[in-house]
Design a protein around this ligand. Sequence first.
Ligand code: GLU
Length: 307
Amino acid sequence: MEARVTGRFAPSPSGPMHLGNLACCLLAYLSARKQGGRFLVRIEDLDTQRCKRESGEDALRVLERFGFNWDETPLWQSERDAAYLAALTRLSSQNLLYPCFCTRAELMVSSAPNLGDTKTVYAGTCRSLSEAQIREKRLTRTPALRLRVPAEEIAFTDTLQGPVLERLDRDCGDFIVRRSDGLWSYQLAVVVDDGASSVTEVIRGRDILSVTPRQIYLQRLLDIPTPAYTHIPLLLDPCGKRLAKRDHALGLDALLASHSPQAILGMLACAYGLLPRPVPITPDDLIASFSWDRVPRTDVRIPEGWI
Ligand code: GLU
C-alpha cells in the first residue's frame, strides 16, 4: 500500500522566524495539502543552548497566526534522545562508527545544517586509530563519533534542482553523528525523526541540498524509506543579495507590526510564482491552484519596500 503523503516543516528556533522560514513552510504545506496529505511541524531544538523553548513556542504561535495547521502534536528534538540513541546503537553494532578526536580548529568543519553550499571532506585522520591510541587520546579529550562512509554513489532527483549524484567517500567523507559535547548531529536527528513521523516528502531551502546524500545514506543504514526531496529557491533582498538570519528586518514579528499575515503571505506567494499579483491570502486559499511547475528554479527576490 502507498504510504499517505506526509510533509513537514522543521524550523530551528535559534532566532525569530523570518520570511525564508515562512516561504518554506508555505510550500511544504501546500504540497502536502494539495495531495490530500498530512502536514507536520517539528521543532529542531537539538542545540538547547542556542534554541530556547520560548522561541520554539513563538514559532508555533506565528505559524498559527498565518493560518497554518498541522495533524499531530509537534515533535521537539530536545525530547528525542532515546530515539537518537537507538539509531546510534544500531550504527555502532554494525561497526560503522569510530571516535574522532580532531578539534574544530583542526577540521574547520561543523555539523550545522546552514553551511551554505560549502563543505569540507574529512581527511580521515582518526579513521584507523589503534585501540591503544584511542585509549590514550580519551585521557585528555572526549571524542565525537564519526560514520565511516564507503565508496558508494548516492543519486536522487530533486523536484526543482534536478538530478544529484554524490560519491560518498570523495564528495562527502566520514561525517559526525554525535558531537564531542554530546549533541546529536543534525543529519542523524532529521533522518530518525522523518522516519518516525513517516514523512514522505521533504521541502526545505536549497542551502541544505548538499547534505541530502548523507541523509539518504543514513536512511539506508537504518532501514528508513527515502522521502521525495524538493529544495526550494532562497529568498534574496530586492537588490538580489542573499538574506542572512541576522537581518532583523526579515523577522516576521517586525513585518507583522505593519502588515497583516494575509498581506505578507500574498507577497511571498507572488514572489514564488503562486499568485499573479500580491493580494492578501491564506495558506488554504492557495491549495487548489498549487503546482511545483509554477515555482521558479532560481532564487526569488523580495519586492522593493518589504524589508
Ligand atoms: N532545521 C533546518 C533549518 O531550519 C531545516 C531542516 C530540514 O528541513 O530538514 O534550516
